[in-house]
Design a protein around this ligand. Structure first.
Ligand code: ADP
Ligand code: MG
Length: 391
């Protein structure tokens, strides 16, 4: 296989990324800081990563001529877009080094495959997914055990930020929701009594060396990540160690190369349940840019270039606040106005990251702020002040 004989890339060559969103943009910045040049493949010319990249290939994700151009130019290619066609990654992998690989990404693209994989890992990872049942047709709905209610019906593919999910209390609810989603493959998950949510960012090199970042505690609002706090105020040492060990076990069993983020639920009885994984840097890992020796994006560049993985040590407590387009709009107004960035930047420890998107829309991720302060309490105090300023 091509992958086995390519030498590691020095930071004097090109790296490629599939996808032009904010994750791609932050990857471009990190790779460029190390001396790499970066090419982005993305269908939209006006995109956050494209503005920062050294070269933008404006093409569909499955355009073979464009993929061949990207592979020819780049010593390694990664993806920032979870739903990139796995076939495109396989096509690239015949021509250059690709991390993560098509097989890993395709497991993460399919909630059913992902849950089956997690269940298979359980004897060594020590964690199971929530009880679930595949809902592929009406027969499956008839056969739902009562123990799965109340539950959440999720589309197997393409869901993100709580989209493609419906809460259900009965088989009739499932019938309606399943029809409402156009009868696409779904999975019904038991609704679990969550105490809080965490994620574990981990990275693995082509040589099997792996690292795990400090555990992050996440708060969601309307299905979208709202804040990430590290160290998490609710996380005890035992839970952190268990989740980190589980993440390392899962990344090794997947044979994954690159940065992987795994989301877990911590239940009210203290037990740990594995939720889902993202085959790329993750929103909950943005704090690593300002608070860790090696950011998740620099780590991705190192892993794909087959260079030594970087130190994951956190040097300051950190709180990350996502900035959605909502903060551009006062009350019910449709006219956007610029938030008071001067007031935000006056807060101690504030690191403002805006993604260069010019049309703010409600629910759209526009940027984030990470507070790195001498104590977690100060970071949390500044976060509250920022929420007050942004309204
Ligand atoms: P997404 O791809 O949209 O992030 P998730 O499966 O992570 O989808 O679900 C989004 C959020 O919904 C989770 O972060 C959690 O707050 C809630 N949620 C999802 N599944 C469950 C469950 N089985 N029990 C309780 N809450 C859940
Ligand atoms: Mg999630």
């Amino acid at each position: 296989k091509f992958q086995s004989f390519v030498p590691s890339a020095t930071p004097a060559t090109w790296l490629g990324v599939m996808g032009g969103g904010q994750l791609g943009r932050m990857f471009v910045h990190a790779a460029q800081m190390m001396g790499f040049k970066v090419a982005v493949l993305e269908p939209a010319r006006d995109c956050p990563a494209g503005h920062a990249a050294d070269h933008l290939i404006c093409a569909k994700y499955d355009d073979e001529a464009a993929l061949a151009e990207l592979a020819l130019k780049c010593a390694a290619v990664t993806t920032e877009f979870e739903n990139v066609p796995a076939q495109s990654l396989a096509f690239l992998a015949e021509r250059t080094f690709v991390a993560p690989g098509a097989a890993c990404v395709s497991v993460a693209q399919d909630r059913l495959e992902e849950k089956r994989f997690f269940t298979g890992c359980a004897p060594t990872s020590g964690v199971l997914p929530a009880p679930y049942k595949a809902i592929l047709g009406n027969d499956d709905i008839d056969a739902i055990p009562d123990a799965l209610f109340p539950g959440i019906l999720k589309t197997v593919r393409m869901g993100y930020d709580g989209k493609g999910q419906v809460r259900v209390k009965s088989k009739d609810d499932v019938r309606n929701a399943f029809a409402g989603m156009g009868g696409v493959a779904c999975v019904l998950e038991k609704m679990l009594p969550l105490a809080y949510e965490v994620s574990v960012l981990t990275a693995r090199g082509a040589d099997g060396e792996s690292v795990v970042y400090p555990i992050a505690e996440n708060v969601h609002r309307d299905g979208i990540l709202f804040t990430t706090t590290v160290p998490g105020p609710n996380v005890c040492a035992e839970t952190a160690a268990k989740a980190q060990a589980a993440a390392l076990s899962i990344i090794a069993q997947l044979g994954y190369v690159g940065v992987l983020c795994i989301e877990f639920f911590v239940l009210q009885d203290g037990s740990l349940v594995v939720n889902e994984m993202a085959p790329r840097p993750h929103n909950s890992g943005h704090y690593t840019i300002d608070a860790c020796v090696t950011s998740q994006f620099a780590q991705q560049a190192r892993a794909m270039a087959r260079l030594p993985l970087g130190d994951v040590r956190q040097h300051s407590p950190a709180v990350m606040l996502n900035i959605l387009g909502d903060v551009w709009f006062e009350g019910d107004s449709d006219t956007p106005r610029e938030p008071a960035w001067d007031k935000i930047l006056a807060l101690p420890g504030a690191n403002l990251h805006l993604y260069g998107k010019d049309d703010p829309r409600r629910g759209r991720k526009m940027g984030h702020i990470t507070f790195v302060d001498p104590t977690l309490e100060l970071a949390q105090q500044n976060l509250r002040a920022a929420c007050g300023i942004l309204g």
